[in-house]
Design a protein around this ligand. Structure first.
Ligand code: FES
Length: 224
């Protein structure tokens, strides 16, 4: 009798070579399509929350081409604190379509997720991952604070206290001719592993990605 055990498959679809796989995803397209129907209501609520929480506290910059926003010169972006920037997510909705993000240069002393071409600059969403209120970076505490229900996030945006379901979302970034550009939003789990964007309230650790699969229409890398 053979004692060979079946080879253990990676839980990540990208490791398994599944067409259309997204880095960090653990849900196949078939499963995703089935489960997506069950979360339509939740996604709709998340979309409303996004629109309702647009606010502005920093410099405002405009979109430079599809999917990318210029947020200023690299030499104005520190690596030991964040600077706020305002980007327009939906130009058709005026002020409501704007959102504040917090930007800094990657700092290997605190940024432990793998470095790649998309995270030389760290760009963090201000939308709280509890119910979508605007969180604010407080320099004195070096934490992000949400005023609505006491959500607290540490310097890298990971949950440090309160009810948020996961770390603050992030944005892909790139540096073009000495200027910083911000691309598509993505969500992260507690290990800061990337997932396609989810609404607030949806955890991405453990079975979270199975209960809250992504929408196929927003599975897109920037610049592609
Ligand atoms: S919306 Fe931020 S803690 Fe509730």
């Amino acid at each position: 009798m053979s004692d060979r055990r079946p080879e253990k498959k990676s839980k990540y679809t990208s490791d398994r070579g599944i067409p259309g796989a997204f880095e960090g995803e653990t849900v196949t397209r078939r499963r995703l399509m089935v489960l997506a129907a069950n979360v339509t209501g939740g996604i709709a609520i998340g979309g409303i929350a996004l629109s309702a929480t647009g606010f502005a506290v920093g410099q405002s910059f405009t979109k430079v081409d599809t999917g990318w926003h210029d947020v200023g010169p690299l030499d104005e972006i520190p690596d030991d604190t964040y600077v706020p920037r305002v980007i327009t997510l939906d130009p058709k909705t005026g002020q409501v379509g704007k959102t504040t993000i917090y930007v800094r240069q990657r700092n290997d002393a605190v940024d432990k997720e793998p470095a790649d071409e998309w995270n030389k600059i760290i760009a963090i969403s201000s939308r709280c991952m509890h119910m979508g209120c605007p969180a604010r970076y407080v320099q004195a505490a070096q934490h992000f604070i949400c005023p609505c229900h006491g959500g607290v996030y540490d310097f890298v945006g990971a949950v440090a206290g309160g009810p948020p379901a996961r770390p603050l979302d992030r944005f892909y970034t790139r540096i073009v001719e000495g200027r910083v550009q911000v691309g598509e939003r993505f969500s992260v789990n507690s290990e800061l592993k990337r997932f396609s964007p989810r609404p607030p309230g949806q955890p991405l650790d453990g079975l979270g990605p199975y209960f809250y699969p992504s929408r196929p229409t927003i599975r897109k890398m920037p610049g592609t």
